[in-house]
Design a protein around this ligand. Structure first.
Ligand code: PRT
Ligand code: MG
Length: 215
């Protein structure tokens, strides 16, 4: 009996994956918000969950630190997706990637005039491709969090960030000026594990698929 390791990030992805695991008969037997453990057991002796940063899930699965994982499309695009089989869009942890600026900043004017835009973001690949496709010249500043601060402090003209309700932007007097793409989380599987542990992985993939809205 080979061990199956599933990589998840704490928070919305963990919470929204639990019902899918339940469809596979898998229950995580420890609460990540209460435990300090990074490896969580399940009711099935050959299935365990490892907790990693959301942006590290694709890397863990790529190199076989986990056999499968759940990762946002944002993280997958930034990672590049090498070595990953992506069988299912799980339609969880939905949001969008957008461009936002300080209220009062004339974004359309800057774009039309062909000005160079200073863009701060954690999502440099998505942002670079998007502005390149528009023919807008940008200087990119890589940040790891609190993107909303950048336009408020003069660090950048615009940010590229994830938006769901828009409350965070509003609270910081920022305006969403363009939506780049819709985001949801996907199931990703290590390509070698898919061959070596075919039966148990297929069972989990099929159970997840059957639990999705379209059945
Ligand atoms: O938090 P940490 O720095 O550890 O990593 P992370 O932010 O990459 O991970 P996490 O767990 O917060 O998010 C995991 C995944 O959930 C992301 O990769 C997305 O695919 C997805 N997701 C869905 C979101 C959101 N919705 C979301 N709203 N990730 C982040 N947010 C942020 C957003 O950037 C904003 O700052 O939540 C904030 C609130 O959003 P509003 O618009 O509802 O106010
Ligand atoms: Mg976060």
């Amino acid at each position: 009996m080979s061990m199956i390791t599933l990589a998840l990030s704490k928070g919305r992805i963990f919470d929204e994956t639990l019902p899918l695991l339940a469809a596979a008969g898998i229950t995580v037997t420890e609460d990540p918000e209460k435990s300090r453990k990074l490896i969580l057991p399940t009711n099935q002796p050959d299935v365990r969950v490892v907790l990693v940063r959301a942006t590290d899930v694709p890397t863990y699965v790529q190199y076989g630190g986990a056999d499968l994982g759940v990762a946002g499309k944002d993280s997958l695009i930034e990672h590049g997706g090498q070595g990953l089989f992506r069988p299912l869009d799980l339609q969880i942890a939905k949001c969008r990637v957008s461009v936002a600026v300080r209220a009062g900043f004339d974004y359309q004017g800057a774009v039309t005039q062909g000005s160079r835009l200073m863009v701060a973001t954690k999502y440099t690949s998505i942002a670079r491709d998007f502005f390149a496709s528009k023919g807008v010249h940008v200087d990119m500043i890589k940040l790891y969090g609190s993107m909303e601060l950048a336009p408020l402090t003069g660090l950048a003209d615009a940010i590229v960030d994830l938006v769901s309700t828009g409350n965070t932007l509003r609270a910081n007097h920022l305006v969403e000026v363009e939506q780049i793409m819709d985001i949801s989380s996907h199931l990703v599987v290590n390509q070698a594990a898919l061959k070596l542990k075919q039966a148990p992985l297929k069972r989990i993939i099929d159970a997840f698929a059957s639990a999705l809205p379209q059945g």
